[in-house]
Design a binder for this molecule. Structure first.
Ligand code: NAD
Ligand code: UDP
Length: 322
């Protein structure tokens, strides 16, 4: 039997955080979910509230934390462009002050701490696909910078606490992930297209739809994250976790229309500033060190996600407020 640990998940009520909490609770660990509910709601973890090994705390990671834990998954941060651009200064504070607070806590109680970093550290990449050694092409003063640069600064803080204070860290660069429990109004492409297709609304293609993304289903992502946390101490990352299957945005729209049987039409809208033209993870390191690769193809994952969207009441989801 594996060792039971006390584990903190910041941003634990969010899309990815709630699935991570669910998995850790099922594995028998004592899980503390911490969230300020900026982009999520309690319903994401309501099914865990009566479990003896689950606790929920309302807290903002920009303020110091005092808990005694063995491991920390630092997932607190708005992730969708519309969410992180709502209050860009707060987004940067969440990444930077949040990292300082979890790292300080990890140092004090000798916890292992994993950072949810992002493919956005590569910006609009000139190298394709992106290996971890690629240093990225990020605009420091654009509308996406609060997120991209906040996450880059967090990676720096993690490495410096590791080198200076021997904090046991893990850095994971997550590529676009989708699945049930994504916020239906987060403005991300998968949630927008599915919602629009189900409601018979126009499918909004930004630009000409030739830009690409690589979409990872949430179960594959959670498995990769758990493997990285429990992997060898001499492999701290950064490691890419994502699905190398690359699709243009137009191809994604076509698949969603086909799978929903929707009569929605595609319409073109202006491309947002600094929108990356291509993105595909090189997962050589994850395969080698974690024996991990994604198993769920886009079509299968979209089918499950569409079923979830069809099962919820969209009115239960409010727009995020500060
Ligand atoms: P999400 O918005 O569903 O989850 C983020 C959670 O953090 C929410 O519950 C939100 O309320 C909480 N939060 C935000 N600011 C906070 C603060 N100051 N204090 C406490 N809690 C706060 O997004 P997600 O898709 O689940 O993303 C989770 C993490 O994974 C984020 O750090 C994100 O940057 C990273 N990530 C996600 C993706 C993806 O495709 N989903 C890709 C790359 C990186
Ligand atoms: N996008 C789109 N229509 C939408 C929402 C997004 O065409 O309704 C595009 C967006 O311009 C980008 C891609 O889909 O090129 C992915 O956008 P998302 O916000 O999901 O994630 P990110 O840009 O952070 O990868």
């Amino acid at each position: 039997m594996s060792l039971i640990k006390r584990i903190l998940v910041t941003g634990g009520a969010g899309f990815l955080g709630s699935h991570l909490c669910e998995r850790l609770v099922a594995d028998g660990h004592d899980v503390i979910c911490l969230d300020n509910f900026f982009t999520s709601q309690k319903s994401n973890v309501a099914h865990l509230l009566d479990k003896h090994n689950f606790e929920l705390i309302r807290h903002d990671v920009t303020h110091p934390l005092f808990l005694e834990v063995d491991e920390i998954y630092n997932f607190a941060c708005p992730a969708a462009p519309g969410h992180y651009q709502y209050n860009p200064i707060k987004t940067m504070k969440t990444s930077v002050m949040g990292a300082i607070n979890v790292l300080g806590m990890a140092k004090r109680c000798r916890a292992k701490v994993l950072q949810a970093s992002t493919s956005e550290v590569y910006g609009d990449p000139e190298v394709h696909p992106q290996p971890e050694s690629y240093r990225g092409s990020v605009n420091t003063v654009g509308l996406r910078s609060c997120y991209d640069e906040g996450k880059r600064a967090a990676e720096t803080l993690f490495m410096d606490y590791h080198r200076m204070n021997r904090v046991n860290i893990r850095l994971v660069r997550i590529f676009n992930t989708y699945g049930p429990r994504m916020h239906p109004y987060d403005g991300r492409v998968v949630s927008n297209f599915i919602r629009q297709a189900i409601n018979g609304e126009d499918i909004t293609i930004f630009g000409d739809g030739s830009q690409s993304r690589s979409f990872c289903y949430r179960d594959d992502l959670v498995e990769g994250i758990i493997r990285m946390m429990n992997g060898p101490d001499d492999f701290v990352g950064p490691v890419n976790i994502g699905n190398p299957g690359e699709f243009t945005i137009r191809e994604l729209a076509e698949q969603v229309i086909e799978l929903t049987g929707s009569k929605s039409k595609m319409i073109q809208m202006p491309l947002p500033a600094d929108d990356p033209t291509q993105r595909q993870p090189d997962i050589t390191l994850a395969k080698k060190h974690l024996d991990w690769e994604p198993k769920i193809a886009l079509r299968e994952g979209l089918q499950k996600t569409i079923e979830w969207f069809q099962s919820i009441h969209l009115d239960d989801y409010r727009a995020p407020t500060p």
